[in-house]
Design a binder for this molecule. Structure first.
Ligand code: KIV
Ligand code: ZN
Length: 521
């Protein structure tokens, strides 16, 4: 049976990272990009290079260091944006410039303050300019779904003539419904002259919870590229979730190939889905809701008696895909204090981690510390240890000592020692609870007082000896920094997370990272 590929265009690092509070450092973006390549995405949208020096650097690093997928950079429809995007992706083996301009009456009138003739001209010039840099050019009429069809067709026909190779149809504000979106894609496919030479792409936002349904309606009507993000990350309610799109196509190939039409498939290695989802969640600090489709903790859990009974008799009674298909490994090996270096390295390799000698050595030392306190070390613990290692920034502030006293009827107090380069500062403070007291003491010792925006703690695995993983978000001058800490002691994990966030804040200041144009597309 013939097959048609649906290309997966991942925009976690661009549109996903635009979600408030999801700021990633350059090295974290690189780590995610490497994992996206392992996952098998076809295109990685690495950033919006003109928007800030950090975005430029991240895009450039991904282009230089990540092989496999096409590396795309976003640019508004002007020469400076496009040339900057071109420079950022210059060293990519396969490169794409993605240029866009709004075509809806509301955006043209209020945001661009331009008439349709000018917008049409800018779109064509932008595509020509991008085409002089790379032959792979994507054009997006922003807010396409609220644009007037005749104008949308006119603009798309003109950019095809100018050399665009992918036409992306964004539902920028998440307004459209599946049937309507499907109809738009079908009409564009039949009415835009020259569109048969291009790939039609979907780009759906989730404001009405329909991003995935809309994207799939697009595929059903001829779109052969889907733009999406891991865990549906993105501004407001987010973008279409990659894992849901891929597994819908995988599970319901019959629906996408009606009456002998070619079957549609993707190039995704579905077994890497869970690992990618976890990595993005940990690096962005965006926790995955337990009932999230495909990657939520409960996505494959069966509890109701009738369901469990059915499952035991025949798995397919209540399960439409297996947890193994998305990389949730059922049977796990447990490591412990007596596992040697080789055993640990072997398990890391089996779990798919590719670490440098130094990273593996640090991770092994952390493993020993944790195995000392916790009898059994599970795969999830190893993932937490390795993610902690991967995320390391320069440890200007190090938590050397923490003592907390709290209990019923006692005022929670904490004392800390923080190493700051060659100096050790000591401080004590009271707080509303043990974590608050520890944070006050850390503020006192470091002389820094960033605003704590959010704090959460979760167990990495089940059981009373589980490793606690704390995530904090702090802000300073409008910038958010996420810190994480793991420990078998949840107060220590919380203190570590706070110190980690402070180190990130200081590292960003040192690199002179600017807030840039985030949210100003
Ligand atoms: O949602 C949108 O319209 C976008 C474009 C820049 C493609 O993200
Ligand atoms: Zn978008």
């Amino acid at each position: 049976m013939s097959q048609e590929k649906v290309l997966i265009f991942d925009t976690t690092l661009r549109d996903g990272e635009q979600s408030p509070g999801a700021s990633l450092s350059v090295s974290e973006k690189l780590e995610i990009a490497r994992q996206l390549a392992v996952l098998g995405v076809d295109i990685i949208e690495a950033g919006f290079p003109i928007s800030s020096p950090a975005q430029f650097e991240a895009t450039q690093k991904v282009a230089e260091q990540v092989a496999g997928p096409v590396v795309a950079a976003l640019a508004r429809a002007n020469k400076e944006d496009i040339e900057t995007a071109g420079k950022a992706i210059a060293s990519a083996r396969k490169k794409r410039i993605h240029t866009f301009i709004a075509t809806s009456p509301i955006h043209m009138k209020y945001k661009l303050k331009k008439g349709s003739d000018e917008v049409l001209k800018m779109a064509v010039e932008a595509v020509r300019c991008a085409k002089s840099i790379t032959c792979d050019v994507e054009f997006s009429p922003e807010d396409a779904c609220r644009s007037q069809m005749p104008f949308l067709i006119e603009v798309l026909a003109a950019v095809v003539e100018a050399g665009a190779t992918t036409l992306n149809i964004p539902d920028t504000v998440g307004y459209i419904l599946p049937e309507e979106y499907g109809r738009i894609i079908a009409q564009l496919k039949s009415d835009v002259p020259g569109i048969d030479k291009c790939i039609i792409s979907t780009h759906c936002h989730n404001d009405l919870g329909l991003a995935v349904a809309n994207s799939l309606a697009g595929v059903r009507n001829g779109a052969r590229q889907v733009e999406c993000t891991i865990n549906g990350l993105g501004e407001r309610a987010g973008n279409a979730a990659l894992e849901e799109i891929v597994m819908a196509i995988h599970t319901r190939a019959d629906f996408f190939a009606p009456k002998g039409a070619p079957a549609v498939t993707t190039n995704i290695n579905t077994k890497e889905i869970c690992r990618t989802s976890q990595l993005v969640s940990q690096l962005t600090g965006f926790v995955i809701q337990p009932n999230k489709a495909i990657v939520g903790a409960n996505a494959f859990a069966h509890e109701a008696g009738v369901h469990v009974d059915g499952m035991l008799k025949e798995r397919t009674t209540y399960e439409i895909m297996t947890p193994e298909t998305v990389g949730l490994v059922g049977s796990r090996m447990v490591l412990g204090r007596h596992t040697g270096r080789h055993g640990f390295i072997d398990r890391c390799k089996q779990l798919g981690y590719k670490l440098t000698k130094q990273e593996i050595e640090h991770a092994y030392q952390r493993f020993l510390e944790i195995a000392d306190k916790k009898k059994e070390v599970f795969d999830e613990d190893i993932a937490a240890i390795i993610n902690e290692e991967i995320r390391l920034v320069e440890q200007i502030y190090q938590l050397q000592y923490l003592h907390v006293a709290s209990g019923t009827g006692t005022l929670p107090t904490a004392s800390v020692k923080i190493r700051i380069r060659d100096e050790v500062k000591q401080a004590a403070a009271c707080g509303d609870g043990p974590v608050d007291a520890a944070y006050e003491a850390i503020k006192e010792a470091t002389g820094l007082a960033p605003k704590l925006e959010s704090y959460s703690i979760k167990a990495v695995t089940g059981g009373k000896e589980a490793l606690g993983e704390a995530t904090v978000k702090i802000t300073e001058n409008g910038r958010t920094f996420i810190g994480r800490g793991i420990s078998t002691d949840i107060i220590e994990a919380s203190a570590k997370a706070y110190v980690d966030a402070i180190n990130r804040m200081v590292a960003a200041k040192k690199q002179g990272e600017e807030p840039g144009l985030k949210g100003e597309l």
